[in-house]
Design a protein around this ligand. Structure first.
Ligand code: HEC
Ligand code: HEC
Length: 351
């Protein structure tokens, strides 16, 4: 216990010390800015370019609201097509999962879309955004500040939703940030949300909206996984699109990646700051059981300097020498860790 306390003091000192550096001008990022040549495309869900000469595919219009009620397995809630689009409030299939939602999470307002629209009512998030459930409130508040100050961007300028997120951070009031931070911090990181499966051959996929989906029917098949993690909705595209927040993900990873990631984590001592089971310590975020695509994007963003928030300097030496394969291995390892159920954790903390 004593060691953890000392570590916390050390971390706090470095966190405060990082202030001066983080105040430097942020790196520029124009929409047409170059993409780093070593971008781990798997983590960004990069869409294939349209065939030469073809007009860019227009997104399919959502089906019209015919008043019919839609239901999903395991929920008593029924929603119209309009409600499914988050109007007027976000989709909430499982109100029993969480406490009362602050209005910024549930409804949003002019200039700020409801946080729960993208991050889901129970904060589990989707691979193309982020899972805020179970993050320390102080960490969330700092991230909103970093987004607002232009210190959290993305290494692939084609991924527009990070800029959209930053726009909300600029628009939210301190009260809204505090309310959303406390809300998400109180939610558990569930066990089994991400199932890491090591394999040499991965199901063939398509990418839509920066998310991978397994191909079905005649197009289905397998291909070598290579140096990638492919994270797909476990229960298919339909439940994903219905924002089913009990339908998690399978993360296919190369054979041996979890063990190699564990070795690297031991060598680089991630646990000193992120806690023995990588469940976070003080304001340092948890990593266990979270989306490997999201986590790998962050490691690469620390590396390129696109994420350079107030506390990011602590991660800089960690990622400095990480090669493409290390990124895959460490992301597989983080995602494979099972978070302790919250009740057990609370009892352990009280002792
Ligand atoms: C339009 C979708 C969208 C909405 C709405 C949205 N976010 Fe985000 N959020 C994102 C994306 C995208 C990211 C960054 C993903 C990345 O860097 O790859 C993100 C990242 C975050 C993170 C960083 C998580 C971490 O682990 O560091 C936090 C915290 C966060 N959002 C909080 C909020 C809050 C609070 C609101 C409501 C005020 C909100 N978001 C609304 C899309 C959204
Ligand atoms: C010296 C302390 C320290 C060590 C060691 C450390 N981290 Fe971190 N890590 C942090 C801090 C502090 C943050 C928050 C950074 C910020 O706010 O920009 C962070 C953030 C992260 C994030 C982003 C999380 C999110 O929700 O966006 C990932 C991923 C991560 N660390 C992975 C690792 C891994 C993997 C290791 C070991 C290989 C490691 N860290 C070692 C302190 C540390």
């Amino acid at each position: 216990m004593r060691k953890i306390h000392l570590t916390l003091v050390a971390i706090t000192l470095v966190l405060v010390g990082g202030y001066a550096l983080a105040q430097q001008a942020p790196a520029a990022q124009a929409p047409g800015a170059p993409v780093p040549p070593n971008l781990p495309e798997w983590a960004w869900g990069v869409m294939p370019p349209p065939p030469p000469g073809a007009a860019p595919a227009a997104p399919a219009a959502p089906p019209a609201d015919d008043g019919k009620l839609i239901r999903i397995e395991g929920s008593n809630v029924a929603l119209t097509r309009t409600q499914l689009r988050g109007i007027p409030d976000i989709v909430d299939w499982h109100p029993e999962d969480h406490g009362p939602m602050p209005s910024v999470v549930k409804t949003g307002r002019q200039g700020v879309r409801a946080c729960g629209l993208c991050h889901l009512a129970n904060g589990r998030g989707r691979p193309e955004n982020a899972p805020p459930a179970g993050l320390p409130a102080a960490y969330i508040i700092q991230q909103m500040e970093d987004f607002k100050n232009g210190l959290r961007k993305t290494s692939d300028p084609r991924k527009a939703n990070v800029g959209v997120m930053a726009g909300f951070a600029k628009e939210t009031t301190p009260e809204e940030v505090k309310a959303s931070a406390e809300y998400f911090a109180a939610l558990p990181i569930p066990q089994g949300w991400i199932k890491v499966r090591e394999t040499n051959m991965v199901p063939k996929t398509k990418v839509q909206g920066n998310v991978y989906f397994e191909l079905e029917g005649a197009a289905a098949g397998k291909e070598p996984i290579g140096n990638r993690i492919i994270e797909v909705p476990e229960f298919g595209q339909e439940r994903f699109e219905l924002r089913d927040d009990h339908a998690g993900y399978i993360a296919y990873a190369p054979v041996g990646s979890v063990r190699k990631g564990e070795q690297l984590a031991a060598k680089l001592q991630c646990a000193i700051c992120h806690g023995p089971n990588l469940e976070g310590v003080g304001p340092v975020p948890p990593l266990a059981g979270r989306s490997p695509s999201y986590l790998a994007r962050q490691l690469f963003d620390f590396q390129t300097g696109m994420r350079r928030g107030l506390w990011s300097d602590l991660m800089k030496p960690i990622v400095a020498k990480m090669a493409a394969e290390d990124l895959v291995n460490i992301a597989a390892y983080m995602a494979s860790k099972t978070p302790t159920p919250p009740a057990v954790r609370q009892t352990a903390r009280a002792n």
